[in-house]
Each structure stands twice: as C-alpha cells, then as structure tokens.
Write a protein that binds this ligand. Structure first.
Ligand SMILES: [Zn+2]
Length: 247
C-alpha cells in the first residue's frame, strides 16, 4: 500500500471524525439549536486538522441539514428540521458499524415500525401507489430471474409502503434505517432460495394492501420480518465469522 493511499484514508477519516464529533456535541446538548460555529480557522486549530477538512465537514453537516450558513452572519447549528433530526437518528443507529448487536437492534426497530406502516399503507395508499408497488415486485421478479439478489427492488418495496402512509416523518425514519440495512441485506439475499421467498412474502403483503385489509397487511409484514428476513441477520453474522470464501 502506497503512502498516498494511507494519507488519503487518514484525511478522509479526519473529516468524518469531525462530523461525528459534531453529532456527539449536538446529541449531548453542548451545541444547541441556533448556536453559532467558530470560524473555519478556529475550528481547524481546535480539531488540529486542515481548513479544507473543516470545510468538507461543514459541507457534509450542511447536507444533513444540521448546520445552516447565513450569508454575512456565519454558520449556525440547526436541529429543528425533520432532516436534521433524522440525520442525528441515523448517526446514532450507525455508530459501531458492522456490530451484530447494532444490526439486531436496527432490525428490531424495523420490526416495531413496519407492520404498523404496512397497516397504514393498506388504508391510505392511492391506487397509483398500489400500482407502483405491483411494478416494483415485477421488477424484483426480473432481477431475480436475471440471477441478481433483487435487493434494489426489495428496498424500493419497503420504501414504497412507508411513502404510502403519507407521513413524512415515518418516511424519513424508514429511509434512515433502510440505508443502514441495505448493504447487509444484499449479502444475505445471496443465500439460495431467499430472494424468491422474499418476493412471495412481498406479494402477500401487497395482496392485503390491495384488499384494504390493514390487519392482514400488518400480519403479513410481521411474518415477513419474523420468518423471511431475520435469517439474513444470522447469515451476516456467520459470513462475518467465516470470512466469505466467495462473492
Ligand atoms: Zn422485504
């Protein structure tokens, strides 16, 4: 490995460290909504990094909605938007990446939320949204027939249910959790038979939603998460231990 690669990695870690440090300061209440950030130069000195790392960190915080720059008056902490609340939630959930405990915990969050989301979607989804869900499942079938895992369609299906609740906060929370689970799910869906079982299970959920059967939608999502998907978690754990001989 060349020196350049090592330096680049260290540089990237440094800017991500600053972002995480800000997350922690905000979570702990050390930085409150409306607090004004020190100058770029002062922050660079405080964190002992280059000004360009500070700039990159602030840009990243800005994209997360956690800071707002006001021309001429400075950069301020913002924790009152839905976007910033979700960014903090996601950073809390993803701290300790790759830890099986964390994945189990996140999976539990899904299991608390998604059956209820499914029930709400059965009552609130528009005909167009239901048509969109059917198309996603057709796409999932195509992806599987092509020998793919179908993870993109799988993620899209769960997201379409959240969207159909017409509750913006639920949509954001689910997307934060999905982002974290997506990668591991892709790996787990490579277990033979799992993609097709997942598709069949999605079809039962959609059937209930089409019938406006909220209790059925709740039960089939619960089954999906209790029987079809949890094996993914243990397969992630064992593949981590066995270091995956092949892709
Ligand atoms: Zn699924």
């Amino acid at each position: 490995m060349s020196m350049v690669t090592i330096d680049t990695k260290a540089g990237r870690r440094r800017y991500e460290d600053i972002v995480q440090e800000f997350h922690a300061l905000i979570r702990n209440g050390d930085l409150e909504h409306g607090a004004r950030l020190p100058s770029e130069r002062a922050l660079a000195e405080q964190f002992k990094v280059s000004r360009s790392s500070v700039r990159e960190a602030i840009r990243s915080l800005e994209l997360q909605g956690l800071v707002v720059t006001k021309r001429g008056s400075g950069t301020f902490i913002n924790t009152e938007d839905l976007d910033s609340i979700v960014a903090l939630l996601a950073s809390t959930l993803s701290s300790g990446p790759g830890s099986p405990d964390t994945l189990d915990d996140i999976f539990e969050v899904r299991h608390v939320l998604e059956p209820q989301i499914s029930a709400m979607a059965a009552l609130r989804a528009s005909p167009e949204e239901i048509e969109g869900m059917a198309q996603i499942l057709e796409e999932q079938e195509r992806q599987i027939a092509d020998g793919q895992t179908g993870v993109d369609a799988d993620t899209a299906f769960h997201f379409s249910l959240a969207t159909a609740t017409h509750n913006a906060a639920l949509v954001k929370v689910v997307s934060a959790v999905e982002d974290i689970l997506r990668r591991s799910r892709n790996q787990a869906l490579q277990t033979p038979g799992r993609p097709l079982r997942s598709l069949a299970s999605h079809r039962r959920i959609l059937e209930s939603i089409k019938n406006r059967d909220s209790e059925g939608a709740l039960r089939s999502m619960d089954h999906h998460l209790a029987v079809v998907e949890p094996a993914e978690i243990s397969s992630i754990q064992s593949s981590a231990i066995n270091a995956q001989p092949e892709g």
